[in-house]
Design a protein around this ligand. Sequence first.
Ligand code: 7RM
Length: 645
Amino acid sequence: MSQEAIYLPSPEFVSQANVKGMEGYRALYQQALDDPEKFWGNLAETELHWFQKFDKVLDWSEAPFAKWFVGGKTNVCYNCVDRHLNTDRKNKAAIIFEGEPGDQRVITYQELHRLVSRFANVLKGRGLQAGDRSIIYMPMIPEAAIAMLACARIGVIHSVVFGGFSAEALKTRIQDLNAQVVITADGGWRRAKEVRLKDAVDEAVKDCPSVANVIVYKRTGSAVPMDPHRDHWWHDLDEGVSEDCPAVPLDSEHPLYVLYTSGTTGKPKGILHTTAGYLLQAAMTVKWVFDMKEQDTYWCSADIGWVTGHSYIVYGPLAVGATNIMYEGAPDTPAFDRWWRIIDKYKVSIFYTSPTAIRALIRQGDHWPKAHNLASLRLLGSVGEPINPAAWEWYHSVIGKNRCPIVDTWWQTETGAIMIAPMPGAVPLKPGSGTLPMPGVVPEIVDLKGNPVPDGNEGYMILHKPWPSMLRTLWGDPDRYKEAYWSKLEGIYFTGDAARRDKDGYYWILGRVDDVMNVSGHRLSTMEVESALVRHPHVAEAAVVGKPHEITGQAVCCFVTLKKGVDQKHDELGKELRQWVAHEIGAFARPEEIRFTDVLPKTRSGKIMRRLLREIVTSNTVGGDVTTLEDMSVLTRLASQNDED
Ligand code: 7RM
């Protein structure tokens, strides 16, 4: 029923919008479709600063390895910081930071330039140069962004590891990159407790001989052991360092960062993004989707450790000279109105968050947002998972007071920038739909053979054309890059999502079709959790599926068989295994449920039938085709086990 609801942009919103009305949207979309190279080439010239102009917009001759803006030289940090300094933005707030304990900092573009230049010189002082790799494992404090920008300034390839990841996950990322430096902090604040990051780094780098330097920012001030040969305080290295550090002109295709994300195997994929194309599309989508204006105060509540933080806290907003809010901590600390308090306090005008967060806050009751003045808001955004119409309606009425368009943005770590979303002054909204593709994005819904399915039918979503912010490869694994994205349908980008397109051409994203779960908008592979479980000495076999969850979208549900002779109580062991997974991967991966079973449903060839397990956790019944199942009795045993819980 609510899928029929349509929300038109108000005339007031349209009149001030960057893209006005459907004609405005259609014209842009058509230009990009007719001549993508001209479209992106023109934007690259007008929107980015070039040290040397490119001579070719796109080289797709070695597809799927794209080269954009070939021959050009630019610098991401220069574009995000330096070029604003001889404009009215010089003393504009670039980052307004609020720590969880309540401390505040306002960093102008000029000050950001100073801090970034100093830290880039610190990195140079440690011997780092273009092409080297850094790991950034930081709390949500300005220094995380400063470290990213400093790396970009001198061409050091960064990889931010979300602070919620464990030492084990951190280690595999450092090793995969052979990173020379780890940039971290003593800790950060979350739910009034210290998240001790340096401890995790110490544990991780034991097995990482490539790491010659660990740079530690003092955030919490708690005691941390420092290895005199390897570890340095940020403030010590910063002392007396020069503030002059020119941005290095880098090739358009110079690697900017690697960000690991879950794929369908136990080993995360190192998504590689490069310089010019990435920045251009991140910046353009900020203007198109967030309708960014000079006077806006923009807040994206994502963590900098996820791609949303890269594209829509750091690179996109700073490239267009926006004012960013950055908040360190949890939404419920000290109480459930912390976010609404922040919006009121800093007069946030654009707020971008996840459906999981919205659902969790709905549950706490409307009195929390109602206690604050949210009149500064003019636009709301959603990302990470499908937003259910009920959550959409609440966000629209209780937070947006029926005045603010909601931009539901579909994209991936791989796509680098928003692919499907409404331009808010143009496209009528339908709750739960990402609506229409961005200019230059050509999605299609197809069947397994690649044939388009009729509108209204479910299918696999693919993307037809290369786009500037697309991933370039997987770090160190070009074959897996081809295999994972370009070989399901030869030569076409496979998103891994199921979707349908309605009669108006609107896209409705239904979720992953592979073995990737989406827990609170965080990607997690079933195999990653399974491999963590079987590393436990008591576990023989494990099968993991995502189970629908009211708040987090999906929850991790594990079926576990134990080794012979294990005689620990199931309650106790269940607790231990949940803790084990949190330790092996990170707290966000902690399973909601461990179900012990003496056998897992398998095909005759020995493959675990996850589809059956998914059905069991979803409905506690099994329908569909079970003819390939080896042992039918396992089903009744698995299903009935739930009744005993
Ligand atoms: C930005 C991000 C990507 C996966 C993607 C989808 C799901 C993301 C939406 C969404 C429905 C949305 N990157 N997803 N946004 N599903 N509507 N607006 O989340 O790499 O971490 O995840 O997330 O399944 O493939 S990600």
